[in-house]
Design a protein around this ligand. Structure first.
Ligand SMILES: Nc1ncnc2c1ncn2[C@@H]1O[C@H](COP(=O)(O)OP(=O)(O)OP(=O)(O)O)[C@@H](O)[C@H]1O
Ligand SMILES: [Mg+2]
Length: 264
């Protein structure tokens, strides 16, 4: 039985998964990119989403974040069913779901602090942008949420001068500052040097320490295996298994994925 909005509000929203999908299907013409997807993302967990190229990972995230509507199925956010005709990226933001895309998240030529407030300016009573206040908050995000203490990085640093890992950290910190309950990372370690990857994995752990949830899409199995609480494996649009990293080594996981590719 579908539950009414009033019913779902009546219960503690904290007990409900942040997001729940029920029998979601997505077709692109004749191609079925998502097949009968049902899953729930709880509070305070890091969920790795893995699968071969074309498995449907990005499509799943897009459907979840209002970028594309599913062909059919239901989406619940904190227990409340979303009207899919109305669902949009803006609405996902308002419901505190943020996606951090590789490289597309920050403005290169801008100083760091400006990047925290794109589209979300703090203005004073006369409508002027309050730069002092914005810098102050940016500084808190840097030192607090992200834990940047490294020499040389201040709110006035230019984004172009930051390393790839540091940029990912800024984008993740921004999402945390805006109190996203669910932060989605689409391959944040692509093209990063080893030391930078370590930083990003530390930022991912911080998401959980800050009491939020994270969906982490990653091709590098060792990275996702290291930080995820559970792994959801997609194969040709379908969830084929869900495993806990402690139950399967990276080696076994790799073999399992290779084996999947050879199944018809
Ligand atoms: N806008 C679109 N129009 C048509 N087909 C699409 C579209 N977006 C995705 N597809 C198809 O849906 C399937 C799933 O694609 P998706 O991008 O979700 O895979 P993915 O798991 O993210 O792959 P990758 O690891 O390469 O990023 C693929 O067959 C793809 O060609
Ligand atoms: Mg993808």
């Amino acid at each position: 039985m579908p539950e009414t909005v009033a019913e779902s509000r009546g219960r503690g929203a904290g007990d409900e998964p942040v997001v729940r999908l029920e029998n979601v299907q997505k077709f692109f013409g004749p191609i079925q990119a998502l097949k009968d997807i049902s899953l729930a993302i709880g509070h305070n967990e890091i969920v790795g989403l893995i699968g071969d190229n074309g498995a449907g990972k990005s499509t799943l995230i897009k459907v979840m974040t209002g970028v594309q509507p599913p062909t059919s199925g239901r989406i619940f956010i904190r227990g409340r069913e979303i009207d899919l005709a109305d669902y949009s990226v803006r609405m996902a933001h308002e419901l505190s779901i943020e996606t951090v895309y590789q490289d597309k998240s920050l403005a290169d030529k801008q100083p760091l602090w400006r990047n925290f407030f794109v589209g979300r300016q703090i203005t004073n009573r006369l409508g002027y942008i309050n730069i002092r206040k914005q810098k102050q908050i940016a500084d808190q995000i840097l030192k607090g949420a992200i834990g940047f203490r490294s020499a040389g990085i201040t709110v006035d640093s230019t984004v172009a001068h930051l390393s790839g890992g540091e940029r990912q950290g800024i984008a993740i910190g921004r999402a945390m500052h805006y109190e996203a309950d669910l932060i989605i990372l689409d391959e944040p370690t692509v093209a990063l040097a080893v030391a930078e990857v370590r930083k990003v994995l530390d930022f991912v752990r911080r998401i959980k320490e800050n009491g939020r949830a994270c969906i982490y899409i990653e091709h590098n199995l060792a990275h996702v295996h290291e930080v995820a609480d559970r792994l959801i494996i997609l194969d040709r649009g379908r969830i084929v298994s869900e495993i806990r990293p402690r139950d399967m080594s990276v080696m076994e996981l790799t073999e399992y994925l290779i084996d999947l590719q050879h199944r018809t």
